[in-house]
Each structure stands twice: as C-alpha cells, then as structure tokens.
Design a binder for this molecule. Structure first.
Ligand code: HAM
Length: 417
C-alpha cells in the first residue's frame, strides 16, 4: 500500500518552502515593528474551549472541528483557530498582571474539516495577532494595518479592506429582534441554510452567498445603523484612523464573521485574485470573550490571515519569492583519502556558517561536477590525491567560470558569499 497525505492537507516541499520562509520572515519583521511578541500554544486543546469561544452554533464548532477522545477519555480538538488558545494562555498565566496591554502574534497550523477546494484546506496555516487589555480604536486600526503592511511588503498590490461594526451586548439584542422580525416576513422563501440561521444567528443571514437570499434581505436593517453611542463612536474612531493613515476601506454592513465572539469592529481583507474563497484575513474586537472564558473583563482585538491563500495570491501577482538555497561550495572528490578530507573540511566550513555540499554517492568526477551545477553551487573545488599532497587545488567560480588556485588550509578566504 502506498500512503498518501490526508485529503485537504499538503506537503510543502523544498522549492515551495522558500516562499513560506520568506512570508514568515516578513511577518516576523512587521510584527516586531509593531512591537508584538511571539506566542506558541499547543496544537490541541480541550474541546470545550473552542465550543465556548467560537460558538456552539457556528459552522466551525458544529461541523468542522477535528475532535477526538484521548486514552483518558478527554474530549480534545485540534485547534481550528488561534484566538481561543491565546486567551486561554493569557488567563492561565495571568499575563494581564504582567502588563496592562499584551500584544502577541503567532504563526502556525490550524485544522478545520471543511470541504477541500482551492484556498480551503483541512490543515492550513495562519499568522495572526491579538492585543489584550485596551479598548483603543488605535488597536483595531493596527490590526488592519499589520496584515496590509505585510501584504504590501510581499508585493500584493490589490487587496480590499471591508469593515463593519457588529455592535455590543447593549445594542445588538434590540437590533437582532428587529432583524428577525424582518427576516420572518420572507422566512418561507429563504434558503434552508438561512432559515436555520434566522433563529440561531440571524446576522449571518445577511452574509448569505445565495442570490435569492440576498435579494430578499436587500432592505433588511443593518447593525451599523443601530449602534449605541459607544459603538458608533468607536466605529467612527477606527474609520478616522484608517483615513488618517491613508488606508482605503469599504464599509460593508453585511459583513458578519463566522465566529461568534466579535463585538464592535469586524473586518476582512479580500483579494480579487482569489476565487470564491477570497478572504485573505479576518479579525475584529472581542471585548467579552476573556470574561466568557473565566478571566477578568479584558477588551481585546485581533486578526488572523491564511497563508495558503496568501501564497496563491502571490503566485497570481507573479511575486513569489524564488527559493534559491544553493550551497556556497561543492567539494568534488576523487577517491579516498580525498573523500574523508572533504568530509572533515566541510564540517569545519559548515561550523563557520557556510553551506557546503559533498558527494555522498561515490559518483564520477564528471557527474559530481554536473551535480554542483544542478545545485547551483557558487563554487566548485576539486580534490584528489595530488591536491592533498601539494596542499593546493583549483577553485572554480561557477558564476564567472574563472578558476583560481587556492591553498586547501585556507579555502574560506577565497569564498565570496
Ligand atoms: P477566520 O476568518 O476563521 O478567523 O480565519 C482567518 C483566515 O484564515 C481566513 O481569512 C482565511 O484566509 C484563513 N482560513 C480559514 N479557514 C481556512 C481553510 N479551511 N483553508 C485555508 N485557509 C483558511 C479566525 O480564525 C479568527 N481567529 C481571527 C481573529 C483573530 N479574530 C480575532 N483575532
């Protein structure tokens, strides 16, 4: 039997991984520029953590989680997103007592058992950030600027920021009632999915992709028009900061996120280069969640961005990082004792930080030289018995084709990186 990777998961092979490394390095650089510190949480958590935070009735919790019982009969779940884990860690380690504002970022795999399609995997990767401890609209805006800055640094020109306010526990209930009354008038004509949502999560009906649903809800009331003073002021403050930083955005009163924990700001960054799964990133404020999970009331805001989708968008933009991780030096050898000499020399050079390759397959000199070429090694050194005796060998610069005679004991000096 030949084993294959699980449906909806992907190997990232040499040649592809360089684009990932480039993205990760850019993410880290931009995160550090905003003074976010990295946090790494486990890949699995208690199932209840996600059910409590993301919401029992969301698609993620009701249909998509990788949940299993371990040998102690504990219900565990591979994390479908990062926010709940960050909050769990924040509460568990009393991070709020160490500093009034905690700003963290993460990069890592997430798991959702969705129907695999372009831009939708079962193991996918996100980078994201969370800021815990402040109500400031500056942080809401920052959570949009961070991914946008990362996209810009990577060369994604076209992305659209869509933003909404989903209100708070004071203004949302009355609005929800109003919306449900309105939706009930066309209830029988709504799609089955939207009908189910009318009672469970009516705001999500507005987000339906079904054309008929969209027609029916064309004049439905939108949360952004029913915000309380505090939410309305906060929304205006976020938009003003986006204006002040020259960040283009679209207000989308129908934008509702697929996770239940949001209050006030909710946003998505869309790439027109992607197909139906066009959300590059999403986030928002979740001021009630820490308390919901047993911590002290802590206003918070964050975002997460899909990395597979980013790679697709980069490919479409023609700006994928070319993955060249070539060795500086290839040492071609002619028989023993040159092979052993090369092994020891390579170790010495490697410990000085140089990337050095050897022949491990006992190939002919000609075929070793071909290999050095294939690997695009910057230099080629040929060593046999004569070279070992004289202590001198030919070093070929593979870029220019020029050959120089070098002292074997002092090769590193001749290597320009
Ligand atoms: P989310 O919208 O569920 O938010 O996911 C964020 C991003 O992850 C999406 O915009 C998409 O790019 C990527 N993504 C999600 N599911 C998949 C999938 N199956 N395959 C490939 N990519 C996917 C969250 O996860 C929230 N935790 C964001 C957040 C952080 N809100 C506040 N803080």
């Amino acid at each position: 039997m030949k084993f294959k990777s699980i449906k909806g998961t992907k190997d990232i092979l040499p040649g592809e991984v360089e684009a990932w490394q480039h993205i990760e390095a850019t993410v880290r650089r931009v995160m550090h520029s905003f003074n976010y510190r990295e946090i790494r949480t486990p890949v699995f958590e208690l199932t209840a953590l996600f059910a409590r935070s993301i919401g029992e009735l969301t698609d993620i919790v009701s249909k998509e989680m990788y949940t299993f019982r371990d040998r102690s009969d504990e219900s565990l779940t591979l994390k479908p997103e990062g926010t709940a884990s960050v909050l769990r860690a924040y509460i568990q380690h009393n991070l709020g007592e160490q500093a009034p504002l905690i700003k963290v970022y993460y990069i890592g795999p997430m798991f959702r058992q969705e129907r695999p399609q372009a831009g939708r995997l079962r193991q996918f990767h996100q980078f994201g950030a969370e800021a815990l401890g402040s109500q400031s609209a500056q942080l809401d805006a920052e959570m949009m600027l961070i991914p946008l800055d990362i996209y810009q640094a990577l060369g994604i020109a076209q992305s659209r920021l869509k933003i909404n306010s989903v209100g708070c526990e004071r203004c949302r209930p009355a609005y929800k009632e109003k919306l449900v009354r309105e939706l009930m008038m066309s209830y029988d004509n709504l799609s089955p999915e939207s009908r189910a949502r009318v009672k469970q999560n009516p705001l999500r009906v507005l987000d339906s992709k079904d054309e008929n649903d969209r027609q029916l809800t064309k004049h439905a009331p939108l949360m952004k028009d029913y915000l309380c003073q505090e939410c309305s002021d906060h929304f205006a403050a976020v938009l003003a900061l986006l204006d002040a930083t020259g960040t283009p955005y679209e207000i989308d009163g129908r934008l509702v996120r697929g996770l239940d924990y949001y209050t006030k700001t909710a946003y998505e960054i869309i790439s027109p280069a992607l197909g139906s799964q066009d959300a590059l990133a999403g986030g928002g404020r979740y001021d009630l969640l820490t308390q919901e999970l047993g911590g002290k009331p802590t206003p918070a805001v964050g975002f997460a961005a899909g990395m597979e989708r980013l790679i697709v968008a980069l490919e479409k933009a023609g700006t994928t990082a070319s993955g060249n991780q070539s060795p500086v030096l290839f040492i071609a050898t002619i028989e023993e004792p040159a092979r052993r000499w090369a092994f020891v020399k390579a170790h010495e050079l490697r410990s000085q930080g140089l990337s050095v390759e050897l022949d491990y397959l006992g190939r002919s000199l000609k075929s070793q030289m071909r290999e050095a070429n294939r690997q695009r090694s910057r230099y080629l050194l040929v060593v046999g018995e004569d070279e070992l005796k004289s202590g001198l060998a030919k070093l070929k610069d593979m870029e220019t084709g020029t050959e120089t005679s070098v002292t074997l004991s002092d090769i590193q000096r001749a290597l320009k990186r």
